[in-house]
Design a protein around this ligand. Sequence first.
Ligand SMILES: Cc1ncc(COP(=O)(O)O)c(C=O)c1O
Length: 395
Amino acid sequence: MSLEISRFAQSIGGSTIVSMRRKADAIAASGIKVIDFGPGEPDFDVPAPVAQAAIRAIEAGHSRYIDPRGLPELREQVTRFEADQHNLSADPDQVVITTGTFGALSIVSRAILNPGDEVIVIEPLWDPYRNVILLTGATPVGVPMPTINGRFVIDADRLAAAVTPHTKAILVNTPWNPTGRVLTRQELIEIADVATEHDFWIIADEVYSEIVFDEAKHISVASLGPEIQRRTIVTTSLSKSFAMTGWRLGYCVAPPELSQVLGRLNHYTTRGAASMVQYAAIAALSDGMQYVERMRLEYLQRRNIIVAALNQVDGIICPIPEGGFFAFPEFPEAWGDSTRLSDLLLSDSGIVVTPGSDYGTCARHHLRISFATSQEIIREGLPRLQDALAGHPGR
Ligand SMILES: Cc1ncc(COP(=O)(O)O)c(C=O)c1O
């Protein structure tokens, strides 16, 4: 007998964002106004009709267990939404409603991974993916991507070189947090070709799918053709598109046989997302795109202000984010590592940014700057950020 904590749980690391936030709180307590360019969630209210639909569901007494795969009406609505918005055709039986993308990633990884398997993850990488994979006993294999003028691009040869007999899946995130890239059809086809040639799964996290700018177009990996769809599981949620991070409503779309397994795993992990939230999600997906569009246009304005300001600082190259709500500027190597730079920005100037190093060593000279914060705060914070970058001690 032993009171030891499981090996899986011990393999999970803490989050630098949490420690940054603690430091920021301490600085704020000392009287300095902290400007937070860290947020990874929308600063908008949930669209009113969506909130009202949840209230109506509560008042109507929708408070019992429902199908662990999700309400049939919602799964149908998801297929209509995916078909209309992303050209992805699926049957409602291929959809499982989860507690956010996290819930989807958790059941998908359990459904396809065994201890000893490897999952190729594309760096820079939203760091929680590593822990989601480690919790199954599988190993994340990070493959750093190159930059062209500070902008990360997919190099499929590097991905192919990372394939081993243990490779079971590749994880693709488009729009790509933290880089601000929306992967092109060509890039996605190249990734899918590697998976098809070596016959493994593709997990496509498309949580930022509705937040894309200019000519960029979100392409759902599973929409690329039947041979790709049969090995692809899309995971996503309403967290970012409908500003509903706290409501925990996501879903996955998977090939038919796998979706049966996902339904069972959903049953025995969380027993599904809350019923009233599922009613709200029907309202969001059927009639909420006008609210998504309003938020998108606001993000676009904020993006333009931030990118213009960053590119004025000598040495900084800030590619224009194509999607999501993060700018990901590169700074010269001579300025040192991004962890040190973001520490200095916080302690000397009261500015929170996320160091690129958190997403992989290939991003150690990048900073993630969120524009999920109001124009007022952005306009107040940018001169401070520009001054701090222009005059910081590493120059
Ligand atoms: C790339 C990516 N995937 C998934 C998530 C988690 O989203 P959810 O709230 O749907 O679990 C986030 C949240 O920051 C994210 O950035």
